[in-house]
Design a binder for this molecule. Structure first.
Ligand code: HEC
Ligand code: HEC
Ligand code: HEC
Ligand code: HEC
Length: 450
């Protein structure tokens, strides 16, 4: 048994050496990288791509295009020939840049080392980690400066090559063959509209060059490596870029729900959150509940920098990605949450804790120890081992959670959110008041100590 395994390893490594001479060196990522990448992948990617990389994460049902199934080993964004695997740098670039126009966020906010480890793990999931590093196509060199003549040439190449049959004469993605195109999984796939100026693989000249020279495997977008060469490639790139139309600025609707729906659609929030119409994924909390409980200031600060706050819900595997929202979008989303929660766009109600009688705070402390420490910590005031913490550390409630809402919540959490794990059976309204006083007193004191 044992010696068999050793022989197998020997055979494998000889094969790897043989491959190296033919296909280049191994990928510049190690087994250690992949091991360290697994928990990072589960935290950052599995909500969409699934624990096993099969594209079936809990957010997938609400997304179009669907998250990629890595186990099929088909990648669109490559610098390698059609049908080949992506280089390690291709994958690192995709993770760093995200995929504009799809739900996939840019992971620039993660340290480079973490992105490398995640990519090592993705290669494992795709069973590609032991294959040699693929070779990119010939270096495209430095692009020539576009001229009126090269643009005219680009337009002619666009016509000759039949790009218009799918992308349309004006590049609107409305060519004759556009309607019934399907990707390899049989899903309808829209042709890129060049007037939008947004590209999955990046919008630089070099990015567009690679897209039509190497093709987008798994989609109907073919490779034109054999049919277009030399200066014509750059002329075509510049012609495609010239089709961009800057749309007139349309102000977002005044209605907070309508405006919120537009911004949440842009960022695919629905993949991870239930939205105002009751539909969406359960990767993060139901935003109808968050809308009721959260102060708008807290929401604004959080959305502008979700990673700055640290983990909110200890029991969730996933974290909120940093989406790089614009200032105006943060405002719209804060108003959207408040409207969903049927509350004013304002701070969470925080009581004047100085007026709380000492005896009530004491009573609250005993109740907290008895009824709440099963699931909650209260900073350094009442420590609970992390493994036991199912709910948020309540030392951070002041300014985040509305004081009045907390009373309704503790009385009957399942009435507010049928999916919550929180229950405190039999607690009386009077006991809730004491426990709230103790929690908010501790939280306000902790804030002022910071
Ligand atoms: C919110 C959902 C979401 C998250 C989170 C997400 N992705 Fe994606 N990812 C997608 C979607 C959707 C696509 C398919 C886009 C398309 O086909 O146009 C995709 C495609 C990809 C691809 C294929 C690129 C190609 O060349 O075809 C890679 C690689 C990838 N994701 C890696 C990752 C990694 C690594 C992470 C975590 C760091 C991650 N994704 C997190 C949604 C997500
Ligand atoms: C058979 C139909 C078809 C033809 C012909 C075709 N395309 Fe495409 N093209 C597509 C589809 C479909 C997509 C979207 C693929 C996706 O989202 O995965 C696309 C996407 C693209 C993109 C977007 C890349 C990105 O990063 O988002 C570029 C650029 C492009 N095509 C250029 C061209 C050029 C230039 C030609 C002609 C030389 C051409 N295409 C011919 C179907 C076609
Ligand atoms: C890839 C999944 C994902 C996407 C996409 C996503 N979120 Fe989240 N969001 C989460 C997770 C997970 C949490 C909980 C984080 C934690 O426990 O630390 C969260 C937390 C939040 C919270 C705090 C809620 C609370 O009750 O404390 C708000 C608000 C929020 N997200 C809004 C949004 C909005 C708005 C969008 C779109 C612009 C969005 N999210 C997109 C996963 C996501
Ligand atoms: C069985 C576990 C459990 C018990 C016991 C429990 N909670 Fe919770 N609590 C949770 C969970 C889990 C959440 C987060 C909401 C969710 O994920 O559904 C939560 C959320 C909260 C919140 C909102 C905090 C925030 O930042 O979003 C407050 C306030 C709260 N609980 C107070 C209490 C108090 C006070 C007690 C004791 C009287 C208590 N809970 C007992 C599990 C519990």
């Amino acid at each position: 048994m044992r010696s068999g395994a050793v022989t197998a390893i020997l055979v494998l490594s000889t094969a790897a050496v043989a491959d190296e001479s033919l296909n280049g060196p191994p990928r510049p990522l190690s087994d250690e990288d992949a091991k360290a990448g697994k928990p990072l992948y589960l935290r950052e990617c599995s909500a969409c791509h699934g624990d096993r990389g099969d594209g079936a994460g809990p957010a997938a049902a609400f997304l179009d295009p669907k998250p990629r199934n890595f186990t099929k080993r088909i990648f669109k964004l490559r610098t390698t020939e059609s049908g080949q695997q992506p280089t390690t740098a291709d994958l690192l670039g995709t993770v760093e840049r995200g995929i504009p126009g799809s739900a996939m966020p840019a992971f620039r906010f993660l340290p480079e080392e973490e992105r490398r480890r995640i990519v090592a793990y993705v290669l494992r999931l795709a069973d590609l980690a032991d294959d040699p590093e693929p070779k990119p196509i010939a270096d495209p060199g430095v692009p020539p400066t576009p001229t009126p003549a090269s643009l005219t040439r680009g337009k002619a190449v666009y016509a000759e090559m039949g790009c218009a049959s799918c992308h349309g004469t004006g590049g609107r993605g409305d060519g004759d063959s556009a309607k019934d195109l399907k990707d390899d999984d049989g899903n309808h796939i829209p042709v890129r509209d060049f007037t939008g100026g947004q590209f999955r693989g990046g919008g630089d000249r070099i990015d567009l060059y690679y897209r039509f020279v190497t093709g987008m495997d798994g989609s109907p977008m073919p490779s034109f490596a054999q049919s277009i060469d030399g200066a014509d490639r750059w002329a075509l790139v510049d012609y495609v870029m010239s089709l961009k139309v800057v749309p007139p600025a349309v102000p977002l609707p005044k209605d907070p729900i309508k405006a919120g729906r537009m911004v949440t659609a842009k960022y695919s929030c629905r993949g991870c959150h239930v939205l105002d119409d009751g539909k969406g994924g359960e990767v993060g909390p139901d935003l109808r509940v968050s809308g009721q409980k959260l102060g708008s200031d807290w929401v604004r600060t959080f959305l502008a920098d979700p990673r700055g706050y640290g983990k909110i819900y200890p029991w969730r595997v996933w974290r909120m990605p940093h989406l790089g929202l614009e200032g105006e979008e943060v405002q719209v989303l804060a108003r959207y949450l408040a409207a969903m929660g049927k509350r004013a766009d304002g701070p969470a109600k925080t009581p004047d804790v100085a007026t709380f009688p000492a005896a009530r705070i004491e009573e609250g402390k005993s109740l907290f120890t008895l009824r709440c420490t099963e699931c909650h910590a209260l900073g350094k005031v009442i420590e609970t081992p992390l493994a036991k913490q199912q709910g948020p550390d309540l030392i951070r409630v002041a300014g985040r959670v509305d004081y009045d809402w907390a009373k309704k919540w503790i009385l009957d959490p399942k009435k507010i959110d049928p999916k919550t794990k929180m229950t405190v059976p039999g607690i009386t309204p009077d006991q809730i008041d004491s426990v709230r006083m103790f929690v908010w007193k501790s939280a306000v004191d902790a804030n002022s100590e910071r």
